[in-house]
Design a protein around this ligand. Structure first.
Ligand code: PLP
Length: 439
């Protein structure tokens, strides 16, 4: 039943928390009833520096004293400084940034740039991808629900994703040999009109089940793109600024795309995104009339916050912390796997981890029912984790606490996760009713 407080709200998704949230701080959120919940989704994967970090709050205050919003053709100092700060850390020859608000927008801009630059319009994306909900971005998203909205943008194609645990072309098991990519491009070549523009990919396919492609995958993908005159776009919405233990997945995987988009983690909870490209691509796009004139392009408040996020990641050594805590989280999850037969796979990098539930480790039949019940029970016990349940792709929890997470908080999360799994397994098998213990 819909709680009263949603009476005048449009329902926009299915993962509804049943109480109103009052505040958020560090790795926790509190609801109006006073329940304290460990946030292992970092909000919507944005709060990598923790909720309401004092540096973010100070940056917002600073903007209140200077400027919040401007005419879109005016550039504030914070935008200049943020463009320079990014140019210093992105892999060369990436250099120029366009500052917008959401991940969807940053991908709209990237795809438009690729179309203008190449003169083509065809865009290839990976299965299980999520690049946003707007026109171009939604059209190249295959983990989102496309049904009921009619056709997407013309010229969008999907190739099977490199999921070694659940190979989409039923070819490999546990080790992807990139046949999926070969098959995907063969099919694309059959369908292509020849007017190609870009290949777009998340370096870790997150909403599609936290899939880390095998070594060498992106080098090969880039070669396939180049052969066909397509640009490579990396969507680093979730992977940029420390989540994987490096500044970017691009630096970690040593593959530099033609266009990189960053969003969620740049604003630390404030809507800020960027489309970053090379001088050469920017120049040609400009010559051809590139326009992306939104109401909040180059706004001062989000860019001031973006600078504070970068400074915080650096000062608090959050890349190192993500590696250290990521290893600890992975080890803790593997311990849990050794105690629960239903955990078929634990994967991921840094502080982005996936846990896949199966009924049987051999057949790998997804265990959706246990996934749903355990997620709800975790919330009751004070742990928020995001689960993706897709009939053909399995039930996978995405576990991604803020990079500031402490060992004790990981321990607490594992205690809750363990209890919830034990109780819900018993419940599914009809043994007992859950207890009301909270942590
Ligand atoms: C990889 C990736 N790209 C883009 C987006 C879209 O970002 P936004 O929701 O800010 O439009 C998301 C959102 O979940 C995402 O995970």
């Amino acid at each position: 039943m819909t709680p009263d407080f949603r009476e005048h709200l449009v329902r926009y998704g299915r993962d509804d928390y049943p109480e109103i949230i009052e505040k958020a701080h560090g790795c926790y959120v509190w609801d109006e009833r006073g329940n304290k919940i460990l946030d292992f989704t970092s909000g919507q994967m944005c709060a990598t520096v923790g909720h309401n970090h004092p540096n973010i709050v100070a940056a917002i205050r600073k903007s209140c004293d200077s400027a919040l919003h401007l005419f879109s053709g005016m550039i504030p100092r914070s935008v200049v400084d943020l463009s320079k700060a990014l140019a210093k850390i992105v892999p060369k020859p990436l250099s120029k940034s366009l500052f917008v608000n959401t991940g969807s927008e940053s991908n709209e801009a990237a795809i438009k740039m690729a179309k203008l630059y190449t003169g083509g319009f065809e865009v290839v994306a990976l299965g299980g991808s999520w690049h946003g909900v707007t026109g171009h971005a939604g059209s190249v998203s295959y983990a989102s629900d496309r049904k009921g909205y009619g056709p997407g943008m013309p010229g969008t194609y999907v190739i099977p994703e490199p999921n070694a645990y659940r190979c989409p072309i039923k070819h490999c098991r546990d080790k992807c040999d990139r046949t999926c990519m070969k098959v995907g491009f063969e099919l694309h070549d059959m369908q292509s009109t020849g007017a190609r523009a870009a290949v777009v990919a998340e370096p870790v396919i997150s909403a599609g089940g936290v899939i880390v492609p095998p070594e060498g995958y992106f080098t090969a993908l880039q070669e396939e793109a180049k052969k066909r005159g397509m640009l490579l776009i990396f969507d680093e919405a979730q992977t940029a600024f420390g989540r994987l233990g490096d500044w970017f997945a691009s630096t970690l995987f040593k593959v530099t795309p033609d266009i990189m988009t960053v969003s969620k983690t740049l604003g630390g909870g404030i809507p800020l995104a960027a489309t970053i490209t090379t001088d050469e691509i920017e120049e040609r796009c400009h010559q051809r009339g590139f326009a992306f004139y939104t109401s909040h392009v180059s706004d001062p408040l989000p860019s001031t916050v973006g600078l504070a996020v970068l400074e915080t990641v650096e000062k608090e050594k959050l890349l190192e912390r993500a590696r250290e805590m990521g290893d600890y989280l992975a080890k803790s999850l593997r311990d849990l796997q050794s105690r629960h037969e239903e955990i078929g796979d634990v994967r991921g990098l840094g502080l982005l981890r996936g846990v896949e539930l199966v009924k049987d480790r051999e057949t790998r039949e997804p265990y959706h029912e246990l996934g749903a019940l355990t997620t709800t029970r975790c919330l009751e016990l004070g742990l928020s984790m995001n689960i993706r349940r897709r009939p053909e792709r399995g039930s996978v929890w995405r576990i991604a606490p803020p990079l500031t997470v402490r060992r004790e908080e990981i321990d607490l999360a594992m205690t809750i996760f363990d209890q919830a799994l034990r109780e819900m397994k018993d419940r599914v098998s009809g043994k007992i009713q859950p207890t009301l213990t909270t942590h």
